[in-house]
Design a protein. Structure first.
Length: 146
């Protein structure tokens, strides 16, 4: 019986720690890292911020900015963008690397980039024709989903 009670206490303690670790809180744009603030000024100068928030987990911190026009940008703890999602309009051209933009112009000339996501391994691009392209870090096409 003592073992079962000890197990429940351990599980409750672990659950409480996980709930506290998953913390999303609203912040102001001025509380974003400097790189994120510069990114917003450069690529979304006319857009109005609806919400900025900081998301923290046990070992990870990230930021998210949602604009009133529906665009959303996610940043890592340093303020480098990880995801730009413009559901109803094109991602600003300067965000998409030139090699990826050239590939899209060559093979999908009548489309626009609606979302681009990057991580340590690749870039994932969603086009207005619903095709998703994945590029490695050297901008070689490695996957197509339609």
């Amino acid at each position: 019986m003592k073992k079962v009670l000890f197990l429940f206490v351990c599980l409750f303690t672990l659950q409480s720690a996980v709930v506290r670790a998953d913390n999303d809180r609203p912040i102001t744009v001025n509380q974003l890292p400097a790189a994120a603030q510069q990114f917003i000024k450069q690529y979304f100068p006319q857009s109005k911020v609806a919400l900025a928030k900081m998301e923290t987990d046990f070992l990870y911190k990230s930021y998210e900015v949602i604009f009133t026009d529906g665009c959303k940008v996610e940043f890592d703890k340093k303020g480098d963008w990880t995801d730009v999602d413009c559901k109803f309009s094109a991602v600003p051209k300067g965000i998409v690397p030139a090699a990826i933009q050239a590939h899209i112009q060559n093979f999908y000339p009548n489309t626009t980039v609606l979302q681009i996501e990057r991580d340590r391994n690749d870039y994932e691009v969603k086009l207005s024709n619903r095709i998703e392209l994945t590029f490695d870090l050297k901008f070689n096409l490695i996957d197509i989903d339609d």
